[in-house]
Design a binder for this molecule. Structure first.
Ligand code: SF4
Length: 337
């Protein structure tokens, strides 16, 4: 049986919005999320921008405060409740959980050599005892990330986007983390380079025994890379399933719309994309009931009043929709309100 590395249990992240003593309104970026990521898995988190996926990833890194619920990390050596983690534990957690940034151009200091960029986490966290040891660790991880040793003396501007992202990956992995959040880590790259970087991440996952939370708005990338997927909408998880299962038979209308928009080479599939109506609502003004009802073509009166909860079956496929069972029937007729 798979072991869980990190688990969110009713996790919420809210940010105070109002100014002044009496204005205590809260923007809920992540709302009551329960999910777990197994050790060694490549877990995809998808949704439109504004769905809260980046904030959830940051909460699992303890980079933003968890305002409700918990996140538990356990790698066999240590076990932490991230909501009540002590300063000493947090220092240790920083080396076990790392982030690969989205933009390889903005993430690297132009004034530092590649060697210094990769070495910085080791020096800041005091993980090595001498410069020789630091250099050794930098050389090892650079080689694993397919960087030439001569690259270490150069500055980031001398590199292409793909090479810069490999430098970012080496920097994130040099401390020997177990859990890595890759936040839109290939979104800024050309398609051909994306495949190269994704292959590298998969290879490193196997070689180093890493567990990934791969955040992306691009379902086609997630379909080819991840073994489990969770779909977020307006701070909530609306569907979660093993990747094959989710793409073979998505259950939530939002997931269906996202899946139908994946470009297909099959001419019969063209023109079948279900267009999502309108924009994702503002987190400051969330709809009542099901948060998706303002854009859902299957919404009924119940959806406006009652919030559906994510229910998982024995196969690990969970969905938060009042009508999902009807919707997988081929004879479905759209609701007429
Ligand atoms: Fe659509 Fe209703 Fe299901 Fe929400 S609960 S996704 S509004 S059918």
């Amino acid at each position: 049986m798979s072991e869980t590395l990190i688990r969110a249990d009713g996790l919420s992240v809210g940010f105070p919005m109002g100014k002044g003593l009496f204005n205590k309104s809260i923007l809920k970026a992540v709302d009551n999320v329960t999910m777990h990521i197994d050790k060694g898995s490549f877990f995809g988190l998808v949704g439109e921008s504004g769905s809260g996926k980046t904030t959830l990833g940051r909460a699992m890194l303890n980079a933003v405060p968890i305002t409700d619920g918990h996140a538990y990390f356990s790698d066999g050596e240590v076990a932490y409740d991230l909501r009540s983690i002590s300063k000493t534990e947090l220092k240790d957690y920083r080396k076990r959980a790392q982030l690969i940034f989205q933009d390889p151009y903005a993430a690297l200091s132009p004034r530092m050599t590649v060697r210094d960029i990769i070495a910085e986490p080791l020096e800041v966290m005091k993980l090595t005892k001498s410069r020789e040891e630091t250099d050794q660790r930098v050389r090892e991880i650079a080689a694993k990330c397919r960087l030439n040793l001569e690259h270490l003396r150069r500055f980031p501007h001398a590199f292409s986007g793909g090479q810069r992202q490999r430098i970012s990956i080496a920097r994130a992995l040099v401390s020997g983390p177990k859990f890595v959040v890759a936040d839109e880590s290939v979104a800024a790259l050309d398609v051909s380079i994306q495949a190269d970087v994704l292959n590298l991440l998969k290879q490193l996952q196997k070689e180093l025994g890493l567990t990934f939370l791969f955040i992306s708005h691009d379902l086609s990338v997630v379909a080819h890379t991840c073994d489990h997927v969770a779909v977020m909408y307006l701070g909530r998880l609306v569907e979660t399933a093993p990747t094959r299962q989710l793409f073979a038979q998505p259950r939530h209308p939002y997931t269906k719309a996202l899946c139908s928009a994946i470009p297909s080479l099959d001419p019969d599939d063209r023109g079948k994309a279900q267009k999502l109506q309108g924009e994702i609502p503002s987190p400051t003004n969330q709809p009542s009931g099901c948060k998706f009802h303002t854009r859902c073509v299957y919404a009924i009166e119940r959806c406006k009043k009652e919030e559906p909860h994510l229910e998982e079956d024995a196969t690990g496929h969970g969905v938060a929709c009042h009508r999902w069972q009807e919707l997988i029937e081929p004879t479905l007729e759209m609701a007429v309100n």
